[in-house]
Design a protein. Sequence first.
Length: 479
Amino acid sequence: MTIKEIETLSGMERANIRFYEREGLITPKRRDNGYRDYSENDMQILLRIKLLRSLHISLDEIKALKDGSKDLADTLSKQIVKLDQEKQDASYAQNVCRTMQGDRVAFADLDAKKYLDGINRTIKETGSSYFSVKGDELPQVFHPWRRFLARIFDIFMYNILWSAFLAFAFHVNLATRSNLGSLLDSFIAMAMMLVLEPLWLHLFGTTPGKAIFGLRIETPDGRRLSYGEGLERTWGVIGVGMGYHIPIYNLTRLWESYKLCSENETQPWDESISYTLKDTKWYRGVFYIGAYAAVFAVLFTIMSAQQLPPNRGDLTVAEFVENYNYYAKLFGIDFGNEYLDENGRWAEKEFDGAVYIEIGHAEKPEYHFTIENGYVTGVSFAVEIKNNEGWLSSYNTQMVLASLAFAGAQNEMRLFSKIPSRIAEQIENNTFKDFHFKEAGITFTCNTEYSGYKDARSNFLVPAENAAETYFSLNFSVI
């Protein structure tokens, strides 16, 4: 029989049936598809349990009856004594117990339906709740969307923690993170969840996302999960519930989990725990939205903080270079086998086996520094190229990096500043053109002259057909 069939025939709630199964009173087989297959013997045992629990015989006593360590007649005698102390509603239970005692039947031969029919008639006539069975179940939360949203919030928090580590430890530009990088981040967030969620459950019995919705996880006896118990549960969630976050398979597992929850079925990883919901008050949804917005604000703050270079205020040449190389790494700019050393000069890297292919001619500019009292007050470079036969690359990259390295140190450059984007926009919009503008107390100037080239309206100048000679010069300064 399926759970639905035995639920109908026994008149028991699904949660009760699952509880008695976890208590070892029934042991249904598993079908190939993973669903339980209940036998007629399971059905009879459930009816016997229902009868005896209706008479307020404890679960421990029923277990003892089932394993033969106690006799039904003795148990009924003790129950009669207990029921003598009850008021009106207990009188009928006493009569049923006496009748059962007079029939002299053992637990294994007990015809539960015979007595339950009489109890059901009494319930209909009196409306009594005395015979209802309460407490023989582990609480479970069958609110799929609340559970899902709580988990999404937790995973987002782990993503934020990892993003902060990437941003400040490795200077990875979060704004330009690739799809592959984002996928890797999601797997790392799962790994963080595997470590941190059991700790949340052990210390607080909940997680940040669950706490927002009033969700709580405990053991059947009301204590918080041990770290090992939490780890086992979280691993079940990641594997069975989320498909290890593997694309496509992840969606399949989420859908299966949603269906189970919608059908009031206990999730596989929750079968041995107590999962409770404090309430479903409307303000929890508002609080969730507010919490999500706050976490987004943290992410936005981290991304803005990345625009600030490591050195602020007055800069030495070495500090300017550190800022320059910081922005180069942040924006993923590689100058091949060369780098800017602490003196502001181009130096060759140690050979690492990499081969660099340059598209378009571009001589690396030599930076010149204006120094006052040991600090940089101006940076400039000049380029002059004659009779180059190939394409000529722009110097936008070098101008942007030098501008940000200098401007980023100024007091006007703060969190959420638009200065970097304005500087980059001014330079990018004036490729191979003159420009002159001010930002953060700094004057940015570029004078460009060329002949024998035609502007391809990109970052390249292309030699004109039949050009007798070509010429290019550029003078750039930040002061």
